[in-house]
Ligand binder design. Structure first.
Ligand code: SF4
Ligand code: SF4
Length: 367
């Protein structure tokens, strides 16, 4: 099975430049009319993990979303934008802080909240996915301390409202099982198109505490696996070393073999970068999958709290699906026997005070 991915260079979020890049990227894989008929209802699903300013590279950039809105408007005015941030975070405040609210108001597009659910298989999705004709996924390309990268495939996880996501983490309490669950979720709610904001990506300790990285790319395809495979290659990872790509490839949900991906736009060899900081967890998945699975049983991966950075806001304690974080006389304690390493606490911490102990265990200040 061949798939097609377009890769377009884009240096900034200047409205004219980003619109031209998004349009060219979609044109190269058949044009917007190939994915959206006139008057159809479309859901635009960005990545809005938490409250963050656009320049932090935590969320899909608002000007990127504006560019997609303008392209979509050539076919329809029935446009909705929606995402479910992590855990207990209020969607409205995320919309405001990351600049999406302003863009939606200016473009007269409806921002929605995922208040109702519809079950597909055993997964509770936002009901809107049954009410629209088409879903366009607009991920931010970032590293991820649990899933190695977050791009096209992982973005679909945000179609599950709020705390329901926590239940999924509970059902899949380790890296490999969670990767399988992500592939399953993608199979149940596959977007017609994914357009990835990789202009300013995030490297290092993503998805919330990494650093912005100027990659300067817009990457588009109807096949999320192909996108993730290409992006992995660009940053120096073997595509199948990313657990969710591997799981989805085993389920034949798309094409992860670079040799079977038809790339339009930039030449892959010309855009590979050497200085992209991978998350620590990626070292584990460079090994053959079976070996990684065995090692996961023995390597003492665990969460740590940097008490010097912690301000006691309790966001981590409130989000933890396992009740593994306790407030003991004003000091946080982590119960490692309960922890399922879902990283929800780390994603929500406003001070980057929670980290995964892995390989380069750092000295903790009084755990
Ligand atoms: S979320 Fe971060 S800052 Fe808040 S209590 Fe937890 S570790 Fe401390
Ligand atoms: S302590 Fe953090 S990583 Fe562990 S289960 Fe709770 S939220 Fe998840």
């Amino acid at each position: 099975m061949q798939s097609k991915v377009s890769i377009i260079r884009c240096q900034s979020y200047c409205p004219e430049e980003i619109y031209a890049a998004v349009k060219k990227s979609v044109d190269l894989i058949g044009g917007i009319e190939n994915f959206l008929k006139r008057g159809q209802k479309v859901l635009l699903k960005p990545n809005l993990l938490k409250e963050a300013a656009p320049e932090e590279a935590v969320t899909t950039h608002p000007e990127f979303i504006r560019a997609v809105i303008r392209l979509v408007k050539t076919q329809t005015d029935n446009i909705f934008i929606g995402d479910s941030p992590g855990g207990l975070v209020k969607t409205q405040s995320v919309y405001k802080s990351c600049g999406i609210e302003k863009v939606a108001n200016e473009e007269r597009v409806q921002l929605i909240q995922f208040n109702s659910i519809v079950k597909k298989g055993n997964i509770p999705f936002a009901k809107i996915i049954d009410e629209v004709d088409v879903i366009f996924s607009l991920p931010k390309f970032k590293t991820h301390n649990l899933t190695v990268i977050t791009a096209a495939l992982k973005n679909v996880f945000g179609l599950i409202p709020g705390l329901y996501k926590v239940h999924v983490h509970k059902q899949a309490p380790n890296f490999i099982k969670f990767a399988g669950e992500l592939a399953h979720i993608y199979s149940l709610a596959t977007p017609q198109l994914s357009i990835v904001d990789a202009v300013i990506a995030m490297h290092g300790d993503g998805p919330a505490a990494g650093d912005p990285y100027h990659l300067g790319l817009v990457v588009t395809s109807s096949d999320a696996l192909s996108i993730d495979a290409i992006l992995s290659k660009i940053i120096g990872l073997e595509p199948l070393s990313v657990p969710s790509t591997n799981a989805a490839a085993c389920m034949k949900l798309g094409q992860a073999d670079i040799n079977n991906i038809n790339i339009a736009g930039e030449c892959l060899e010309d855009i590979i970068v050497k200085d992209f900081n991978l998350p620590k967890i990626s070292a584990l998945f460079k090994m053959p999958n079976l070996l990684a699975k065995s090692l996961l049983r023995f390597i003492p991966l665990m969460m740590g709290i940097d008490h010097l950075k912690c301000n006691g806001c309790m966001a981590c304690k409130n989000i933890c699906p396992q009740g593994a974080i306790k407030d003991v006389r004003g000091r946080l304690r982590l119960d490692f026997r309960r922890c399922i390493l879902c990283l929800c606490c780390s994603e929500m911490c406003p001070n980057n005070a929670i980290y995964l102990w892995f390989l380069n265990r750092r000295k903790e200040s009084g755990r």
